[in-house]
Design a protein around this ligand. Sequence first.
Ligand code: V47
Length: 368
Amino acid sequence: MEEILDNFDQLCFDHNLITIKNKILNNERLGFKEAEIIMETRDLNSLGVLAKYKKFLKDGRKIYFVVNRHINPTNICAISCKFCAFGKTKKSSDAYEMSMDQILSLLNEELKEIHIVGGLHPDWKFDKYLEIIREVSRAMPGAHIKAFTAVEIDWFAQISGYSIEKVISELMEAGVDALPGGGAEIFAPEVRKKICSPKTTGDSWLSIHKAAHKLGLPSNATILYGHLESNHDVIDHLEKLRNLQDETNGFLAFIPVLFQPYNTQLKYVKPFPFSYDLKIHALSRLYLDNFPHIKAYWITLGEKAAQVAFHYGVSDADGTIISEKIIHDAGAKSEVGHTREFFVKMIKDSGYLPVERDALYNELKTYD
Ligand code: V47
């Protein structure tokens, strides 16, 4: 594997990256200073080589994907976050609530992962959410259910009076197999206050995932980037996740989510250059050395940019999704879903080996 780095020093024109390369070759952990160098470098290709090297050590040429579907049972939300275009009040003409029949009609035998998240409905009881999980689980014994962000779990604890641990245990009993990574946004309190002040704090998000891991429930983590954050905020976010992962080893994947401004109260935010997306993905791979996977979330990146991100440390392409709403309400330009065949071609066309997986990264099929 070292041969990937054979000519690194000759080709690299940011000499600070050579120090980082030596640390990576010696399997030494990167610190805050090295992360800053990564975020400031102009030698993107050399950075990509380092992230690709780290990815290859873990998975070789494999890029994973899953046949999955997103279900958002309601967009009615008791809180309003400035970055979000999905949440609606009950009175809004765009508000919706899905019936159980509508939810169940979205399922089919092909699905291996069902991702369920939605608004914090002001009238729904915790039992209603449990019932959704029970019914989906009953209808889909061959699929994993990845449901409810830490923000929803915090809400369920408030409306039920249960502890976080009791809420998580009830969800697991109903059929939840993993927690999605949403709601992490950015942990830095000052920026979090500006983009989503009513939301669960960063510390609570972390403690809910810690509780889930302790109860044996794996989860993902995200960062929402491309709004008001600084490089320091990004690195601090990764540092907190790396520390928690050292403690629990419960995270499966990290997902950088690029902010989409349309229809949000942050539409004045100027777009960042594409180099910033690539740096975030490469830094995630290199800094989160204890996370099994980094995802390219093609919904926010766009399909072509996601293919480029495969060369910047990414090992997972998420999946078919079929019908994405949350990010498309905020103007995402990607398709709302894709077929299995699309992923096989997309991954092969980028020079990688497509591996179909389930929600827990068990390998189902390799497409040679
Ligand atoms: O946390 C909302 C994001 C997230 C916007 O765990 C926005 O496998 C960009 O968590 N621009 C939910 N993002 C998505 C999410 C996720 C996605 C894919 C896979 C997994 C996983 C998790 O959606 C929220 C928030 O960060 N979001 N509005 C917006 N305007």
